[in-house]
Design a protein around this ligand. Structure first.
Ligand SMILES: [Zn+2]
Length: 262
């Protein structure tokens, strides 16, 4: 699958321009940000993340439609060293990045999330293709693919942690693409069935808006952008003002000055 090259600018928070020591594994993530496209993610790591001094990034972001490469494949991205690597072969250190661990030895691939908080099957198919291509490029096998969870214990990608069978299936799909004897056309994708649910969506009306990590106006989380939409889990009143709890677990204001509901 074609990678769209769309690098973020060199900066110490999201693209430190350190050399990878080599590629010994591929680490799979999910963005945990409903409705954010690879382009949204690239713009976040090229803007807000730097302004907020957030040491984070990943090499490739995949959704239903595309795969976007935002950090060159020979450079370090800050995606899997929130805790020292539990995977021995990914442990590493360098003079310029002490204890860099898996960030020095792996490529991070992020799967984007639908507005209802799930990963679309087409996104997973595209990630399989991207990861298979990386395995070919670096001489790796399906046994060199790890969840972020395997590396550091983080709940990522959450759907592959709560249901490990999904990760087993992912690796076996990569393996099929790696074995030269089984070369076949990718199957025709069936259109997703429209959901008959009556779930309500909240849409951001202003250019930037804080979310909250809990039902507390002081517990600010990430910033969301105009036009982004999120599935509402429930409405609640906090300190006299209404807020929505989102299906993703985050909270957002219900003030119609800032958001609309569909
Ligand atoms: Zn992750």
């Amino acid at each position: 699958m074609q990678l769209i090259k769309d690098y973020v600018k060199v900066n110490k928070y999201t693209r430190p321009k350190m050399k990878l020591l080599g590629v010994k594994g591929i680490v799979i993530h999910w963005t945990a940000t409903p409705n954010a496209t690879p382009k949204n993610e690239r713009d976040y790591f090229n803007g807000t993340a730097i302004a907020d001094k957030t040491f984070a990034s990943a090499h490739i972001f995949v959704d239903r439609k595309e795969a976007r490469l935002i950090i060159p494949l020979d450079e370090v991205a800050y995606h899997a060293n929130d805790k020292p690597s539990k995977v021995t072969k990914l442990k590493a250190t360098a003079s310029y990045y002490k204890g860099g661990n898996a960030n020095l030895t792996s490529i991070g691939v992020e799967m984007c999330v639908e507005k209802n908080g799930t990963i679309h099957p087409d996104t997973i198919d595209n990630a399989v293709e991207v990861v298979a291509d990386l395995c070919k490029k670096y001489g790796l096998s399906e046994n060199d693919i790890y969840r972020h969870y395997d590396v550091s214990g983080k709940n990522c990608p959450a759907p592959f942690v709560s249901d490990p069978k999904k990760f087993v299936a992912f690796k076996s799909d990569v393996k099929k693409k790696l074995s030269p004897s089984v070369k076949k056309e990718s199957p025709v994708k069936t259109a997703a069935k429209p959901k008959a649910s009556k779930q309500k969506t909240v849409i951001v009306k202003v250019s930037e808006l804080y979310t909250y990590k809990s039902a507390n106006w002081n517990d600010k989380g990430q910033i969301v952008k105009k036009g982004e939409a999120f599935t509402i889990a429930k409405e609640l009143t906090v300190s006299g003002s209404k807020m929505y709890q989102l299906k993703s677990g985050l909270y957002i204001t219900a003030n119609t000055k800032y958001v609309s509901v569909k």
